[in-house]
Ligand binder design. Sequence first.
Ligand code: GDP
Ligand code: MG
Length: 183
Amino acid sequence: MNKNELTIVMAGDGGVGKSCITIRYVKQIFHDHYDPTLEESYRTQVEIDNSVVTLDIIDTAGQEEFKVLRDTHLSQGDGYILVFSIIEKSGLDEIEKLRGQILRFHDIDPTEPNTNPPFPIMIAGNKSDLEEYREVPTETAKQMADQWGLPYIETSAKNGTNISELYAECVRMVRKYKKGPTT
Ligand code: GDP
Ligand code: MG
């Protein structure tokens, strides 16, 4: 496969903003209503750190009846973006589960310390514009991500805050991981 093409898989609980983040990034717009059952993939060409890359972004929907499809998606990413919403702490459990599943799909033991360089998974706390309804303190999410050796970033699909940074960091992680260990 052409190494300038990367697949990024969006995963997380329903309603956390996976579709809105993706659409904000790919189309620079915010949809207030987006079909929660829709499973979509988007292809976009971007330049990150002076290097052009084509991204296939897979926006998963995650219903049970699509379990087989979801498992396929969870195994086919070069990089992953795990999304929860800062206004709903239940989303953290889903992130934890997904992280374990993704690593196992890639033959990595999730109970071991992360590989060096880390397997490319970004943790995104979305809806940062809704600060007044926050249920997950930044510190809590950061500690969780730290413990996994993964980067944590807070985003708002509504305002566009940290959306391009989120994908850029994910691409950087993928590039580092593909290069292999630094000696
Ligand atoms: P998904 O199920 O994870 O794909 O979630 P969606 O992207 O469909 O978003 C679910 C709901 O959250 C929608 O009503 C969105 O308008 C809203 N939403 C998504 N991202 C944000 C955000 O950053 N800020 C706010 N205030 N609402 C958001
Ligand atoms: Mg969606």
